[in-house]
Design a protein around this ligand. Structure first.
Ligand code: ADA
Length: 557
């Protein structure tokens, strides 16, 4: 923005914590804000509230010009929250990882009191999206950045840039002018990087506008050459800069084509997690993660299992990493999938994900509801609706979900990419004399089964595969949980994934060890971490890194 003022609200906010209490029970007028706490941060990673569950109250005084419009943009507030301005609740939000916005009512006061109540208790009745056991620790609070937009009377919103004709570098720019008397207002759109003619769009009676722009000399975006372009949209007092890339993704039989060229996907699932900071990973660590991924020969990352921080997605755009972005989910079953509130919260979270992440060229796949009951008829409405929504509203992207029911899955046929999570040589084969021998035959059998089911007309991605390796645990017998076993496991998987052209690729489970719970659903987790990272939580490599790297890098040459 060059006209619109946008304040980053990072820093210390007034704070109070009500252990064990629901946000419904906290009387806002009586809160005594005795402490201060950093934003963004998960409050339950900080020493004063470590591992506690309850309601955190945050307060900040906002300076807003009297009688003018303003809007708050939240990156993520976990789990459920209420946003209050001057004591009035403006919004309740129920998905702790998805971005949302709140417009403030206009007032003649200069100082406005913002209070955010964030409740990180597990409470199915109120927050059915967050279950007590997901295989990743769920932290609470204002975990991502908050911005305050000072808006003029007519504000530019919801801008989407779509490549309309790749060859001629033609883009469609659509958006909405919000406010009174928007009809017939002109929006000018200028390229900031390419010497091209500006375009003008005219808002209709509901403020919607759309136009096309040709950027003849633009380069294509790809992981090897991540060319990005910025458009400057201007209307009266408001403006907005939107960044995008020229790229096209589609499938042709079992291949994925990026800008017309076949691409294999080689990479990792990544949780947004770093010790001490939980889900609020520092920016420099995000850069480090992408450097490590690239150094390991990866071109692909799946943001498991929720929408990623916009900073991470920006970096994937800038540094060239293909992304699977997915809406929150972990193993939901009938209770959740047929629950009306769950369905509604899930629908909203899909919309929020698409709205905020639309212009990232790095995102090539939308996913949702990891390992939900895709083998059951009761899940049909939510799977059909999610897929059709992502198809129609998600721009030029493929749609998929990671299934754990490959033999009984009912909805593969609706997807652009069939994605399967599998753990051959790990779960259920502890007593097998040679568990490593199970891996490659399992992958090949899976390919044959998909072909027999007529699903070899689309790409097949291994969306998860892996085993635990405790960093520093060495065993001459190369047994389970040792770095040696994990090394041998990853070597077999990656060499097969690279060599087997019937696979679109592999997304290893997972990049770096991440905090979870010790038990739950019979998954024993030493250290209360998911230790299947090729890197530990500090990103120190385990032995398996070299096996992955040599297979992935070989595939590039
Ligand atoms: C599943 C799940 C992951 C993780 C993994 C494991 O595939 O999607 O989040 O829990 O299993 O480590 O068992």
């Amino acid at each position: 923005y060059s006209k619109r003022q946008v304040d980053e609200l990072d820093g210390l906010w007034d704070f109070a914590f009500f252990e064990g209490e629901s946000l419904l029970d906290v009387e806002v007028a009586n809160i005594c804000f005795k402490k201060r706490t950093p934003v963004p941060a998960a409050f339950d990673t900080l020493p004063d509230q470590r591992a506690k569950r309850g309601t955190a109250a945050y307060r900040r005084i906002l300076q807003i010009a009297p009688n003018s419009r303003s809007l708050l943009e939240f990156g993520a507030v976990s789990f459920t929250c209420r946003i209050l301005i001057d004591g009035v609740c403006l919004k309740e939000h129920f998905c702790g990882y998805s971005p949302f916005e709140v417009e403030l009512p206009v007032s003649d006061k200069r100082e406005r009191e913002l209070i955010v109540l964030a409740d990180n208790r597990f409470d199915f009745e109120r927050t059915p999206m967050h279950e007590a056991f997901f295989d990743f620790y769920q932290f609470g609070g204002i975990i991502r950045q908050v911005f305050l937009h000072h808006l003029p009377g007519n504000a530019i919103m919801d801008v989407h840039v779509d490549v309309q004709d790749l060859g001629n570098r033609l883009v469609k720019v659509a958006g909405r002018l919000d406010g009174q008397g928007v009809q017939d207002k002109e929006i000018t759109i200028t390229s900031l990087d390419i010497n091209a003619e500006s375009a003008t769009a005219i808002a209709d009676e509901s403020g919607c506008f759309e136009t096309t722009l040709s950027l003849g000399d633009a380069e294509l975006w790809s992981p090897d050459s991540p060319a990005l372009y910025c458009l400057h949209l201007c209307c009266g007092e408001d403006d907005m800069i939107v960044r995008f890339g020229f790229r096209e993704v589609k499938t042709e039989g079992c291949k994925l084509l990026l800008n017309g060229e076949p691409v294999r996907l080689l990479g990792y699932n990544r949780h947004e997690y770093f010790p001490n900071y939980g889900p609020s990973t520092p920016y420099s660590q995000m850069v480090a993660d992408i450097q490590i991924l690239k150094d390991t020969g990866c071109n692909f990352v799946r943001g498991s299992h929720y929408p990623q921080d916009q900073h991470f997605l920006d970096l994937c755009d800038e540094l060239g990493m293909l992304v699977w972005e997915e809406a929150l989910g972990w193993g939901q079953r009938e209770k959740q999938l047929t629950d009306k509130r769950f369905q509604e919260h899930h629908r909203v979270s899909l919309e929020e994900m698409v709205a905020r992440s639309y212009n990232h060229p790095s995102i090539i796949i939308w996913g949702f509801l990891n390992e939900a009951s895709s083998d059951e008829e009761f899940a049909r409405p939510i799977f059909e609706e999610s897929i059709s929504y992502l198809r129609s509203a998600g721009g030029n992207r493929l749609v998929s979900y990671a299934s754990m029911f490959p033999d009984k899955d009912l909805y593969f046929g609706l997807c652009d990419v069939v994605s399967i999570n599998m753990y051959p040589g790990w779960y259920g084969c502890e007593d097998h004399p040679d568990p490593l021998s199970l891996i490659v035959p399992h992958i090949r059998a899976q390919i044959e089964k998909l072909a027999a089911a007529g699903l070899d007309d689309r790409p097949f991605l291994i969306s998860e595969i892996g085993c635990e390796g405790l960093r520093g645990w060495h065993d001459e017998q190369r047994d389970f949980h040792s770095e040696e076993y994990q090394h041998d496991y990853l070597k077999l998987v990656c060499e097969e994934a690279v060599a087997n052209q019937n696979l679109l690729g592999v997304c290893l489970w997972h990049f770096s060890d991440a905090k979870t719970y010790a038990g739950g659903r019979a998954l024993m987790r030493p250290r209360a971490f998911n230790n299947k990272g090729t890197f530990d939580e500090y990103r120190r490599p385990k032995l398996g890194r070299d096996a992955v790297r040599s297979a992935f890098i070989k595939s590039q040459s």
